[in-house]
Design a protein around this ligand. Sequence first.
Ligand SMILES: *[C@@H]1O[C@H](CO)[C@@H](O)[C@H](O)[C@H]1NC(C)=O
Ligand SMILES: *[C@@H]1O[C@H](CO)[C@@H](O)[C@H](O)[C@H]1NC(C)=O
Ligand SMILES: *[C@@H]1O[C@H](CO)[C@@H](O)[C@H](O)[C@H]1NC(C)=O
Length: 193
Amino acid sequence: MFASSVVAALVALPFLAQSASAADCTRSYTIQDGDICDNISANNNVSTYQLAVTNPTIDGTCNNLQPGQTLCLGYEGQDCQTTYVVKGGDTCDQITGAHGINATMLWANNQQINADCTNIYIGEVLCVASEFGAPPAPSSLPITAIPAGATPAVPVVSTSSVVAATTSVASATPTPAAADEDDDDDLPFCDEL
Ligand SMILES: *[C@@H]1O[C@H](CO)[C@@H](O)[C@H](O)[C@H]1NC(C)=O
Ligand SMILES: *[C@@H]1O[C@H](CO)[C@@H](O)[C@H](O)[C@H]1NC(C)=O
Ligand SMILES: *[C@@H]1O[C@H](CO)[C@@H](O)[C@H](O)[C@H]1NC(C)=O
């Protein structure tokens, strides 16, 4: 959802007019010309999910950023600042392993990730804190589809036998993994592919 660049404002949206948020904003950022959502996230240690939740006026494709306007980066007490930018080949199991957290915590802090972790994409910013720190999910969850133009972290293969990633370790069936050239993980986490 957050891959697109700032476009000249075709429509003047009342971007900040409706800022009656329940929680207090403790970090903010002024949009610069050329900003895109995931770069704002990466540069400020705020997850893609959190940026979406704390700024519900950003549209699903992040196409309505307007330079000069202010974004809220975190609510008081709901502000994860331990972040990781997804790289090509990453799986949720690698990410949790690398940061010493479990899948429950990764999903709790990044509620847009689907159960088998097939919708993370390169450049997406994840909260990898070891405690719950993200804002609660709004009634309409930030878009869970990989944004147009973004590259999935792992190549999408249509298998119906994808094991739910939340149940990690057990399924160490040695499927011929396509990725995994450089980065041999020590733990037998289930590879989705
Ligand atoms: C956003 O970040 C990516 C990855 O770091 C970088 O390649 C790209 O140039 C950045 N884009 C902008 C507009 O800053
Ligand atoms: C983001 O986190 C990194 C690693 O903890 C830190 O070095 C950096 O200063 C932080 N940046 C901001 C803008 O908070
Ligand atoms: C995941 O990690 C958190 C934080 O360390 C812990 O409280 C929780 O019990 C763990 N959950 C599982 C299912 O292991």
